[in-house]
Design a protein. Structure first.
Length: 644
């Protein structure tokens, strides 16, 4: 067995333990046992709460924060990202389209120092306007140092009397503690209005409002190559290539496709380096019809909790056949919660934190391989344009291995339509007994107007389902006693934590233990002893700062660690879950299982466990992480998970 320095440096690891719960673990059914499909259903919309009108009292003083016109250098990261995406290996567009870049504002002001004006209703109102010249749209990052009861913050464009969104001050303060900031919805134009209304009982105290930065949004493809100034409406209408097919045209005479289109969404979110991105996504139903708004998209779109929480989604965004004007944007501003994802297989499942609007639909799906020769359709928002539809045929499975993915993807050739940047995460569906059924989401591809018959590639819902059954098939039987091991990350500590205990998962999800967020990565193990499995011990170390946990499916390794460093490590449980050991010489896992890799962080003393080969390769390439496990390498499995 390859041993890193985890045992040698065990005494350098961490602080307060997250105790093992005695409660039953979250269980899911393994494989693709029945049920493997869900019918569609109309969303049952929540009671709409209007964000309200801006107050605009007579003589109101406005505080204006005007930035200088953006320099080309400010958009350099956005430009480089899109150039890299277009120049990707084999031309695959397995990256989201970047449509905006961050700009610093660096404003912090005490609430009591704002210019407050009294209203006829007896409240007080203060107004700020933030301008980034030449922007086609803005999002503003807000933070409050502490919650203030009785204060509401509204966001709008400069010419609107109606707010786009409204937030209680406590929401902004909570988001600031959790993610650093709360991102406002998309506001058209180069100016965003931030209005604060304080009730007579509100005590402003020493609370401060901060606007650390904003997102300056652009759309048009020509500008993405060399953005000297922003062009194009934030809607993106008219930006897609001419060989794309308007969904309204494709839906004529096809009621099932019309129903499916009500599940499709355009997604705008904040990702790495603060860039703003554009992707597509789909609402999925669950087999219990709980009306939970599960959003299905690509991992290369939403790959972190922060990105999920920053999502704004646009619904029912389809114009008439051949038309360039669309309906008013229906923008959902509540963000979402990342539930699970796979980097290798490029899927991501999010639960929206707000119910989608009236008229939307939870799509049907089927979790079975799509047979070569099967007709398929796709719906997506290329370059943020009105909804487009493709028709084509599955031509088999294709193995894709690059720095983003490592899996078999469904290969499709189109007879009508193509995909472009912004199409990522768009659905693939086949015709079934209950209408169209979603089978995957777009990773990337080669199709262009010049080469429309070149293939595109989609993730596979049947691969995702075993890892997300607790959400999509909540009542499914679990005869094998399979449980999900969920990974969390603490940015301040730079530590990862793995657990199958529902009480621990619920605690960390709730934020009661501050600082932890799901990474979305997960794998399947056994809750109890099963044929061919070993008990996986869990050790805890309180030496140093942080939380260090160590897992091993080898009882001998557990005993050795405790014998050598008994003062530093505490045995929390000898059987946190059960999993097979790899062959100690070859490192191979038994049939029906998949290797899980363990890495030791030489700087923090923590460990990370991952099923994902791409993630493992990234860790292996880092001088900070040391691989541990069995076999000749270069990847060393340390235990074996249930094969998704």
């Amino acid at each position: 067995m390859r041993i890193g320095t985890s045992i040698l440096l065990a005494g350098l690891a961490l602080a307060a333990s997250v105790p093992v719960s005695g409660a039953a673990r979250t269980t899911v059914a393994s494989g693709v046992a029945s049920p493997v499909a869900a019918t569609g259903a109309d969303v049952r919309p929540a009671v709409a709460i209007r964000p309200g009108r801006l107050q605009w009292p007579a003589g109101m003083e406005v505080r204006r924060i005007g930035l200088a016109p953006p320099a080309i250098a400010e958009a350099a990261a956005m430009t480089a990202h899109n150039r890299q995406a277009l120049a990707a290996t084999r031309g695959l567009r397995g990256q989201p389209l970047a449509i905006g870049f961050p700009r610093p504002v660096d404003l912090t002001v005490a609430l009591r120092d704002l210019a407050w004006t009294s209203t006829v209703a007896g409240t007080r109102v203060a107004r700020l306007e933030v301008t980034s010249p030449a922007a086609r749209a803005l999002r503003v990052a807000l933070a409050l140092s502490s919650p203030v009861d009785g204060v509401t913050v509204r966001v709008a464009g400069p010419t609107s009397d109606e707010a786009t969104a409204a937030f209680a001050a406590s929401e902004i303060a909570s988001a600031a503690r959790r993610d650093g900031v709360l991102w406002t919805p998309v506001v058209d134009g180069e100016t965003a209005v931030i209005e604060l209304e304080a009730q007579p009982t509100a005590k402003l105290g020493a609370a401060t409002l901060s606007i650390p930065r904003l997102a300056h949004l652009v759309i048009e493809a020509a500008e993405l190559g060399a953005p000297e100034a922003a062009v194009m409406r934030a809607s993106g209408i008219g930006t897609a290539a001419s060989c794309n097919v308007d969904a309204a045209c494709a839906m004529a005479g096809d009621p099932a496709l019309q129903a499916l289109a009500r599940s499709a969404a355009k997604l705008v979110f904040i990702g790495d380096r603060g860039l703003s991105y554009l992707c597509s996504g789909t609402l999925l139903n669950d087999t219990a019809s709980t009306n939970t708004p599960y959003l299905f998209t690509a991992d290369h779109c939403i790959d972190s909790m922060a990105a999920a929480r920053s999502i704004v989604s646009f619904w029912l965004f389809a114009g008439g056949c051949g038309g360039q004007s669309g309906p008013p944007l229906i923008q959902l501003t509540g963000g979402g919660t990342l539930l699970g994802r796979s980097q290798d297989n490029d899927w991501s499942l999010i639960r929206l934190d707000e119910v989608p609007p009236d008229g939307t639909r939870l799509a049907a799906w089927r979790a079975e391989p799509v047979v070569s020769g099967t007709p398929v359709v796709s719906l997506h928002h290329p370059k943020g344009d009105l909804l487009k539809a493709n028709r084509g045929t599955v031509t088999g499975l294709s193995r894709l291995t690059d720095d983003l993915v490592d899996a078999d993807f469904t290969q499709v050739v189109w007879s009508a339509g193509i995909t472009e940047g912004g199409s990522s995460g768009g659905l693939l569906a086949t015709s079934g007994g209950s209408g169209y059924e979603v089978r995957g989401a777009l990773y990337g591809g080669l199709s262009t107007c010049a080469r429309p018959a070149d293939p595109d590639y989609f993730s596979r819902l049947e691969v995702m389902l075993p890892l997300t059954r607790e959400y999509l098939t909540p009542a499914a039987p679990n005869p094998d006693g399979v449980v999900v091991a969920v990974e969390f990350y603490h940015a301040a500590l730079d530590r990862y934590f793995l657990t199958t205990a529902p009480a621990e998962i619920a605690n960390l999800d709730s934020g009661r233990t501050v600082g932890w967020a799901r990474t979305g990565l997960r794998f399947l193990v056994h809750a109890d002893a099963a044929l061919g499995t070993s008990p996986v011990c869990r050790l805890y170390s309180a030496a140093g700062n942080g939380v260090a946990h160590f897992y091993s499916a080898s009882p001998a390794e557990c005993a050795q660690t405790l014998a050598i460093f008994g003062a530093a490590w505490i045995l929390e449980t000898s059987a946190a879950f059960y999993a097979p050991l790899p062959d100690p010489v070859s490192g191979r896992c038994p049939t029906g299982t998949a290797p899980v890799y363990r890495y030791f962080n030489r700087m923090t003393g923590g460990h990370r466990y991952t099923l994902e080969r791409v993630t493992s390769e990234q860790l292996r390439a880092s001088p900070t992480w040391i691989a541990e496990g069995y076999g000749p390498g270069p990847l060393y499995p340390v235990l074996c998970a249930v094969q998704p």
